[in-house]
Design a protein around this ligand. Structure first.
Ligand SMILES: Nc1ncnc2c1ncn2[C@@H]1O[C@H](COP(=O)(O)OP(=O)(O)OP(=O)(O)O)[C@@H](O)[C@H]1O
Ligand SMILES: [Mg+2]
Length: 243
C-alpha cells in the first residue's frame, strides 16, 4: 500500500495533511494518535470510502481509483460491537456474511464458505459459540465475531480500528497472539489503529504516529520515546506488556 502526498478535508480544515506512507506485504503497522487526529479518516481513504482531494493511493500496486478487488481487504470498523440482545442472527451467520464479498453477492454460499467461517471462528477462539444468538455475547466476544467475519473473507490486508476497546487483558493478549499468527502463518498485512501504545509498540513491525500530519513512520525501536509526550501534547507513559 502506498500513499503519496495525500491531503483530505471534510470541510475547509484539512484533517490529513501531506501524508506519505508505504506499507509492505506482511508488515504490521500500528497507527497511533490522539482523538480527532485523522486515524479513522485515513483508514476510510485507504478503503475507498472517502477520496483524497490531493495525492494518490495505491493498493496492491494498483491506483485506488481503478481498484476493484475489495475482497482482498478485511475491515473491522471502530465501535463495531453493537448488536442488541435480540439481533436475529447466530454467531456463525454473522461470520458467514464475511464470505459474501469474496463469493459474489448473487452466488449462494456453499460448504467451502461454511468451512472458512468455522475456521475463522476457531482462529478467534469462538468455535463453541457458533450457534449462539450474536446479541447474547459480551462486547469483547462480539468484537471477536467481527474479526472472524473479516478473516472469513481470507483477506491479504486486515484493517482494524481500535479492536481491543472493551476487551479484557486476557482477551487482549489472545488478540495480539492471533495477529502474530495471522502474520507469521498466513502472511497477512495488518493495519491497526490503537490507543494502547504500550502493546502496539511491542507488537508491531512499524509505527505510524498521526496527528493530521504523519509525525513518524518506522520501526518502533527507532521512535524517540521521549517525544511521545510532545506528540500527544500531554505526558504519556507507555506500559510494556510482557509476552
Ligand atoms: N463525517 C465527518 N464529517 C466532518 N468531520 C468529520 C467527519 N468524520 C470525522 N470528522 C472530523 O475529522 C477529524 C478526524 O476524525 P477521525 O475520526 O479521523 O479521528 P480519529 O483519529 O479516528 O479519532 P478517535 O481516536 O477519536 O477515533 C475530527 O476533527 C473529526 O471531528
Ligand atoms: Mg477513530
Amino acid at each position: 500500500m502506498e500513499l503519496e502526498h495525500v491531503w483530505f478535508s471534510y470541510g475547509r480544515e484539512p484533517v490529513l495533511q501531506d501524508i506519505s506512507l508505504t506499507v509492505g506485504r506482511g508488515d504490521f503497522v500500528g497507527i497511533v494518535g490522539p482523538n480527532g487526529s485523522g486515524k479513522t479518516t485515513l483508514l476510510r481513504l485507504i478503503l475507498g470510502l472517502q477520496r483524497p482531494q490531493q495525492g494518490r493511493i495505491r493498493l496492491f500496486g494498483q491506483d485506488l481509483r481503478s481498484f476493484r478487488r475489495w475482497e482482498r481487504i478485511g475491515y473491522v470498523p471502530q465501535k463495531a460491537t453493537s448488536f442488541n440482545s435480540d439481533f436475529p442472527a447466530t454467531v456463525q451467520e454473522v461470520v458467514l456474511t464475511g464470505r459474501i464479498a469474496p463469493r459474489g453477492l448473487f452466488r449462494p454460499l456453499g460448504r467451502k464458505d461454511r468451512e472458512l467461517a468455522d475456521r475463522a471462528l476457531a482462529l478467534v477462539g469462538l468455535e463453541a459459540y457458533a450457534d449462539r444468538p450474536v446479541g447474547r455475547l459480551s462486547g469483547g466476544q462480539q468484537q471477536r465475531v467481527f474479526i472472524a467475519r473479516a478473516l472469513a473473507g481470507q483477506p491479504e490486508l486486515l484493517v482494524l480500528d481500535e479492536p481491543t476497546v472493551g476487551v479484557d487483558a486476557a482477551a487482549q493478549q489472545q488478540f495480539y497472539a492471533l495477529l502474530r499468527r495471522l502474520r507469521e502463518e498466513l502472511g497477512i498485512t495488518i493495519l491497526l489503529v490503537s490507543h494502547d501504545i504500550g502493546a502496539v509498540t511491542t507488537e508491531v513491525s512499524h509505527l505510524a504516529c498521526l496527528n493530521r500530519r504523519l509525525f513518524f513512520h518506522g520501526p518502533p525501536e527507532q521512535f524517540p520515546a521521549d517525544s511521545l509526550s510532545e506528540f500527544y501534547g500531554h505526558p504519556v507513559h507507555p506500559v510494556a506488556h510482557g509476552h
